[in-house]
Design a protein around this ligand. Structure first.
Ligand SMILES: Cc1cc2nc3c(=O)[nH]c(=O)nc-3n(C[C@H](O)[C@H](O)[C@H](O)COP(=O)(O)OP(=O)(O)OC[C@H]3O[C@@H](n4cnc5c(N)ncnc54)[C@H](O)[C@@H]3O)c2cc1C
Length: 386
């Protein structure tokens, strides 16, 4: 492993060691490659992460969580991004859902949904995006919930939803009022509720965690299914999405780091013209430059996490981190592919997985053009462009 240039507190260093050892023991590289090729979720690793308390990171102990801040979540995600990319993406969604339940669930909802989630006994999905568009979701959202006595009835469809085919419950955002942003409510829907249908989509990457289409056909749920405040669901989700941006930055930094490490290891061994290819300055410079970009992105990510943990506004820093990390990771995987040439194409090589998986966080949870719009407005004070 390439040395970490940014120091960690003793507590975080212990967490890092525990997560790294667990992944090495339960899901060594060959197994990660096999599951990726077979498009299978790593349930064993999920269980092992539950056993060491990782699924409860970010939730206070008084809510049966493991405690720990945004920094701890970021560290977990960076390690998983490097060692088991699909599980990292699972954990980005997991932390989003546990965060929403931590912040908005009633005691009864926490017992029913949050506690089993943190013990590794259940899975949650987050259903916001629709086929009409993820970025302009306020215009695209057609999923509606209407009242019927004490119940709510949901109808509509969601697109590109992670894990919906095997989750136990879903957090679904549906339109409940006329107001554009203040007319959307979050609902907690057990997966087995009649009228819900989910199917896996054939996608390009993140093979170990299914991306799905979900249909809601007159799904009837009681009033207790509302998560948070009626009509305020989108506003409540916005805060969580900021944290998701930070977590996406961490996961994709890990993916980039994985690509860099794989490339450097290869460059030290592979011979051409009587010397290791890593002796060619052209390759050395590209690898070093992308390593610097990754460390800079990681530095922004940790600073955003610290700001977030201290209760400050981390929106701009998280956005910068997501942008920088996704760009650096894409470059790292690109250079890694060049360095490995044919060997990078081998399905047994993690390079082709990094090359595919790093693309997700360029546009999700928020695309990089929108991130730049946000930074332009919120940091540079420029007028809104859209
Ligand atoms: C593997 C995977 C997992 C996912 N998991 C989930 C999930 O669990 N839950 C969920 O709700 N969603 C999920 N998504 C959806 C994801 O969040 C959306 O794809 C993302 O928000 C982008 O939406 P879109 O694909 O509709 O792109 P669009 O909104 O159509 O945007 C396309 C492009 O248009 C440009 N653009 C749009 N608006 C602007 C603007 N104002 N200024 C400049 N450029 C602009 C950008 O370049 C952008 O990339 C997932 C997607 C994938 C692929």
């Amino acid at each position: 492993m390439i040395e970490r240039m940014l120091s960690l507190s003793d507590e975080l260093a212990m967490l890092a060691e525990s997560v790294e050892k667990t992944v090495e023991r339960v899901s060594p590289l060959q197994k990660v490659q096999k599951l990726d090729a077979e498009k299978t979720f790593d349930r064993e690793l999920h269980q092992a992460l539950a056993e060491i308390g990782v699924l409860g990171v970010g939730v206070p102990e008084e809510m049966e969580g493991s405690g720990g801040s945004a920094e701890a979540q970021a560290l977990v995600l960076e390690i998983l991004g490097r060692m088991a990319t699909s599980s990292a993406v699972y954990m980005v969604v997991h932390f989003l859902v546990t965060g929403l339940l931590r912040d908005y669930a009633t005691d009864a909802q926490r017992k029913q949904y949050l506690e089993p989630l943190m013990k590794g006994e259940s899975f949650g999905s987050f259903c916001l995006t629709e086929a009409g568009g993820g970025t302009d979701i306020l215009t695209a959202m057609k999923t509606k919930a209407r009242r019927d006595g004490n119940d709510w009835i949901l109808s509509g469809s969601k697109m590109w939803i992670s894990g919906a085919t095997f989750c136990n419950f879903m957090v679904v955002l549906a339109r409940t009022g006329e107001n554009r942003a203040r007319g959307i409510t979050m609902f907690l829907l057990p997966r087995e509720t009649p009228g819900i249908e989910a199917s896996r989509l054939a996608t390009f990457a993140i093979n170990g965690y299914p991306t799905c289409e979900v249909h809601f056909d007159n799904v009837r749920v009681p009033a207790s299914a509302v998560l948070g405040q009626i009509d305020m669901g989108f506003m409540q989700v916005l805060t969580a999405l900021n944290n998701e941006r930070l977590n996406a930055a961490a996961a994709v930094t890990g993916i980039g780091r994985g690509a860099l490490e794989t490339a450097v290891t290869y460059a030290k061994e592979r011979q051409a013209f009587g010397r290791p290819i890593g002796q060619f300055q052209a390759l050395q410079h590209r690898l070093s430059a992308v390593g610097i970009a990754l460390e800079a992105a990681w530095s922004l990510t940790l600073e955003a996490a610290r700001r977030h943990a201290a209760g400050g506004s981390a929106e701009v820093l998280s956005s910068m981190a997501k942008y920088a990390a996704s760009k650096a990771a894409v470059s790292a995987a690109d250079i890694g592919m060049e360095a490995m040439a044919s060997a990078g194409f081998d399905q047994a090589s993690p390079m082709q997985r990094y090359y595919r998986d790093c693309r997700l966080h360029v546009f999700a949870p928020l695309n990089n053009d929108m991130v730049l719009n946000f930074v332009s407005e919120r940091w540079l004070g420029l007028p809104r462009s859209y």
